[in-house]
Design a protein around this ligand. Sequence first.
Ligand code: ZN
Ligand code: ZN
Length: 346
Amino acid sequence: MTTVAAYAAPAAKAPLERTTIERRAVGEFDVLIDVKFAGICHSDIHQVREGWGRANFPMVPGHEIAGVVSEVGPGVTRYAVGDRVGVGCMVDSCRVCDNCKAGLQQYCTNGATMTYNGIGKDGEPTYGGYSQKIVVDENYVVRVPDGLALDEAAPLLCAGITTYSPLNHWNAGPGKKVAVVGLGGLGHVGVKIAHALGAEVTVLSQSLRKKDDGLKLGADHYYATGDPQTFEDLKGTFDIILNTVSAPLDFTAYLSLLRTDGAMVNVGIPEEPVNILLSSVFGNRRTLSSSSIGGIPETQEMLDFCAEHGLGAEIELISADQINEAYERVLASDVRYRFVIDTATI
Ligand SMILES: [Zn+2]
Ligand SMILES: [Zn+2]
């Protein structure tokens, strides 16, 4: 066991504070990672505040982890000391179900082990990346290619794969029209990735406040959803709508923007049930779907793709004592576009 400095929420809705946690000894197939940077994901806030139901405390959030391998177990073959690596939302899964065998560990039918607010196979609670070190089985670690800066790579481990996986699955690419709803932590990466995939990209945001940013990030068009005319002008336009907003939307209105066989994929998950009129999917064989992060092989593919395209997250680097303030700013949509904690400051 190693004692490690971390930032934790001691109880639901409590501010995060500096503490120490124990990391397990490095096992046969484990790597010890010196965490360098950890992104702040909106879902960290949902979980600290129990927006998604009962959670485990103390909680050390953080599932956008980038760092450097500092020790490997004797059975480790894929990584060596000094390698630049990342860890996303999962640190284990059953490995034997059909989904695990297919590399879709995020849909493990026996339940993947989440990076934090989960229980590991050793029965101990899992603690995330707001900490200086983490021990992870090598099969749940990905490589950060040399072309990517570690701080800009960290948010790709959740925001990147969460947007890449559905864009990939629903075949975003040349000749396809993709709308990204919301230009926040997820949305800004989604715009970059959809653009790099070769799609024609439209941002649908409440106002035109971030229009210049959106166009710079790679969007071809930018519309305000606060203007009802947008829904008239864009009726039947898109092959894919990637919704990154976790507040409930008027799904019926958004679905009307899809062309025949178009898909609206929701990666922002509201805390409450939503209402839709099924007639809004019925008429044009539209799909309303959702997607959860991505498997380990696809996460590696995403990082390689981002490195090839020189694509990282737009970040605001903060010190650990700014985490609570950063949470408030995320809730107020006052971040461009992802807070990343410099874990040396913990
Ligand atoms: Zn996340
Ligand atoms: Zn499984």
